[in-house]
Design a binder for this molecule. Sequence first.
Ligand code: MG
Length: 505
Amino acid sequence: MRVSSVFKNESVRKILKYYRKICALQISSALLSWDSETFMPERAVNDHGFAIAMLEAWQKKFLTSKRFKALLKKAEIENSKGLLNDFESGVVRVLNHDLKVYDKLPESFIKTFEKTRIVSRQKWKIARSNNNFKIFKPWLEKILGLTIKKAELLGFEQHPYDALLDLYEEGLTTRQVESLFKDLKPLKQLLGKVLQRQDQELIKKVLVLENARYEKRDLQGLNLAVLKLFKFDFSRQRLDESAHPFTIGISPSDVRITTRYEGFDFKRSLFSTVHEFGHALYDLQIDKALWFTPLHEGASYGFHESQSRFWENMICKNVAFLKLFKKEIHKRLRFTKSFDEQELYNYFTLVKPGLIRVDADEVSYNLHILLRFNLEKALIEQSLSVSELPQAWDQAMEEFLGVKPSNHSEGVLQDTHWSMGAFGYFPSYTIGNVLSAQVLKKLRSELGSVEGLILNKKFSSIKEWLRLNIHKHGRVYEPRILAEKLFNGLKAETFLNYLKNKYLS
Ligand code: MG
């Protein structure tokens, strides 16, 4: 599709022309952010921070200018008269949604929030490395207080947490998340059954691989081999290294991913690479007509996560994948030589409830999210205080996962989200996991066995299917509408069945 063929309305075209200036600022700001997380010399942090803040202030100035607002208002009126097509009305919807933050939050509030967030994140880092919640506590209280205020300013119908969820999953409500977790209740029982079934001898063998140390250059080779297999486009992409892997779309033709090398348990590095590949593919396959428009983004954080989890869990943690890829693993990591594809598969899919969310297996992962959802909702409702939080965390850990943190660093201090004021983000992870199973089911019904596609290296067919069904739409549709169009809505049952088939049969 060409831009001119989808955006015909004169008001929307003017908006998009104006929006290109904002895109230029976004590209510059994203490049600086990527550099800060990868190669920036340590002491440049303030210089870069200054430039990023300036670029953001300019973006805000453009977006809230009288001229831009008048254009948007005009398009909105035309939209209400039914004069806009899906793409044009998507532009109006997304801009109104995103501008709400600027309109409803006073300048002084944004400044205070940003300043507090920066210090709070620093204090969290210190608290975590010193394993001392007390260092972080007053700052968590501050950022929580400001977040509650933010929810009030943004406005909500039923629950203050709704206002926060909406920042990550447009239109999502607390009630919908509660109902999703209610449907996922069988997870705990399922986890118990899987654990009962797992063979102890097998676990012992897997532990050998978890502890085996690797040379970084060998794993770099393995990561490049997997990306080559998936036909990663190095003319529009990069792979680098960072402590916490991430994907950043700098521009439509520049999407960068990172991975981590810890020196042991090689699957973690491989999974990170494949996970971020899934995120990057989404950004790269958004329709060209949407480039440099507000619709050039994933439908939501949950939809984005569904794509990364699909490649990580459905493709990579698959016996067929290991059949295909084991030669490469054996060649690059000599210590794996005595492990056949089934044993490597067992290593990839061992279920072991642990303390750390980012290392959790597929079966127990969402229990980590449920725990965080319950706690952050209680914090926002003010039915739980920050002082009570560590104990509540440890109790829930024991109840949901049967493990107890021996210190705060592997408990309440493990995630960065709250320190940055990102309350309401966690449910997107579970939505992503559920959607990924729905993607698998639909893809299988239309393309046939995924194992067959993997064995025949038909990754291009999988990518094309994802492009046509999900990626190309960018943010044209609200996430709920897109899920409705694709799968008749979010279905926890599909995810539970996927786990049962994979781990209990
Ligand atoms: Mg992710």
